[in-house]
Ligand binder design. Structure first.
Ligand code: ADP
Ligand code: MG
Ligand code: ZN
Length: 488
């Protein structure tokens, strides 16, 4: 018997607006002083009134449009009631039956599979609890509440159960994260909890008419953990089915034990909440005009998949190279600008040199010096000039690396660096011939070896000439000269 795994995803993303969702407090996830960005509204004091942040609603609708959703032109907020110390009002303002976005889909970039999106709605985030610190009054362990996060806009996306492997789920989540970044609506940082995933997993015999009983893994904070957790659950369910013990798969919430690399039961269905949703009486419902939605649709810039397709037709890059650029919009923008500058200097120049210097040398500088690409004095026009110099045999590729580093340090024009420091490649053949002769004279035994047929030693002599010229010679030219010299 064959068993088919099925997975559905729920994803929460904190949105990157200036202020919170219903008050003017700063929405600053980097704030480390507890309870700094708070006011009576986000602390849930009686008698306060929430005022929706227009920007937040735009962010959600733009995300929905980017994911092919229908927008509910008539929509509203609802109260989701439950008690927990991180929720000061004892209800969360959320959306129940009229989410801003519904019925969308994503085509997975690798596998081409279509995953349906059930809904995307908006809700407010809760405060943060910190357990176990000592209380100031008693010195006993206590739980502390930090309301900086209370009322921060939180978007929730729910997919249909359309995934059949952990890899598909990871692919979706990674592309969603990238789309959020392209839209500029969230930084999608999982480690910081700005993107939080929940996976619902079930397994059923291939010929079953209905899906199996699902379990939910909550608080997933990395793609690695998501893949491992889902695969663990699929294996656990499948084994129970194979042993005829499928009744042991119960609907429950499970957590992930990183040490043991296994899931464990946290909460069973019996403890499930009844949230007693009802419409939020303090916020009037919304009626969005078609023009408003179209305006938002038109404000969406290029999305990752569109960029991949454009790169495939515009540049002769491998799939892997394209993906590395698309993953990182700052690098992709730098690349495009550098190519366009380069092609002003060298029409139809190949893109490889720019790609390699950008993704290895410049990225290396970024990592080593911890300076982001946008803040470097090194600009696309500089990289374009340097690569043009290589393509025109004016500097060696060895020199190019040094010039890049100098532009990075000083912000000086590469042209003047090359001239002032005498880094231009030696183009005077007689000068080079003289150095070749000197090197051969200084290494007679190596020359003998070469003449006796050990052609591999030529590389040693090339190295000597390159050292003498401080990298300013063209290695291919040196090689030719050496061969000529030793034959004649
Ligand atoms: P609940 O009412 O228990 O929250 P929903 O039907 O609202 O369940 O679905 C929540 C998430 O679980 C969705 O992402 C959905 O795709 C997924 N899901 C629902 N049923 C299953 C199932 N049998 N197996 C896997 N995922 C499922
Ligand atoms: Mg759920
Ligand atoms: Zn506030």
């Amino acid at each position: 018997m064959n068993y088919i795994p099925t997975i559905g995803l729920e994803i929460h993303a904190e949105l990157l607006t200036q202020t919170k969702m219903f008050c003017s407090c700063l929405n600053d996830p980097t704030e480390i002083t507890p309870n700094k960005n708070v006011c009576p509204i986000c602390m849930g004091h009686p008698g306060t009134l929430p005022v929706p942040n227009k920007k937040v609603i735009e962010y959600v609708i733009r995300t929905g449009l980017a994911l092919n959703c229908d927008i509910n032109k008539h929509s509203k907020f609802d109260r989701k009631n439950y008690f927990y110390p991180d929720l000061p009002k004892a209800y969360q303002i959320s959306q129940y039956d009229l989410p801003f976005c519904k019925d969308g889909y994503m085509v997975l970039p690798q596998s081409g599979k279509k995953i349906r999106i059930r809904r995307i709605h908006l809700e407010e985030d809760t405060a943060k609890l910190q357990h176990g610190g000592p209380s100031t009054s008693s010195g006993q362990p206590a739980s502390l509440v930090d309301f900086n996060r209370a009322g921060v806009p939180l978007m929730e996306l729910v997919t249909e159960p359309d995934f059949h492997s952990a890899d598909e789920v990871v692919e979706f989540a990674q592309e969603f994260q990238l789309i959020l970044r392209y839209l500029g609506v969230s930084d999608g940082d999982m480690e910081k909890g700005h993107l939080r995933l929940e996976a619902n997993i079930s397994v059923a015999p291939a010929d079953a008419k209905e899906l199996g009983t699902k379990v939910e893994i909550k608080n997933i904070n990395s793609f690695r953990f998501m893949k491992a957790g889902i695969e663990y659950e699929i294996a656990r369910h499948t084994k129970l089915y194979e042993e005829g013990k499928e009744e042991k798969v119960v609907q429950e919430t499970r957590g992930w034990n990183e040490q043991k690399q296994e899931t464990f039961s946290q909460r069973s269905k019996e403890e499930a909440h009844d949230y007693r949703y009802f419409p939020e009486p303090d916020i009037p419902p919304f009626d969005f005009a078609d023009d408003y939605i179209e305006e938002l649709r038109n404000s969406i810039a290029e999305l990752p998949q569109q960029r991949r397709e454009r790169y495939a037709s515009e540049y002769n890059l491998s799939e892997k190279q394209t993906d590395a650029l698309v993953q990182d919009p700052a690098y992709a923008d730098f690349f495009e600008e550098a190519i366009s500058e380069l092609r002003e200097l060298v029409p139809n120049a190949p893109v490889d040199l720019v790609y390699n210097y950008l993704m290895s040398d410049i990225r290396g500088i970024e990592v080593q010096k911890a300076v982001s690409l946008q803040h470097m004095p090194l600009k696309p026009v500089h990289l374009a000039f340097i690569t043009a110099q290589i393509l025109q045999d004016k500097i060696s590729s060895r020199t190019a690396k040094d010039v890049l580093l100098k532009v990075y340090k000083t912000g000086d024009d590469p042209d003047s660096i090359i001239r002032q420091e005498g880094l231009a490649q030696i183009s005077d053949l007689s000068e080079l011939e003289k150095i070749v002769a000197d090197v051969c004279a200084a290494n007679p035994s190596v020359v003998e070896e070469y003449k006796s047929g050990k052609t591999a030693v030529l590389q040693f002599l090339v190295g000597k000439v390159m050292a003498q010229t401080k990298g300013r010679a063209n290695p291919a030219q040196v090689k030719t000269l050496l061969e000529k010299f030793e034959q004649g």
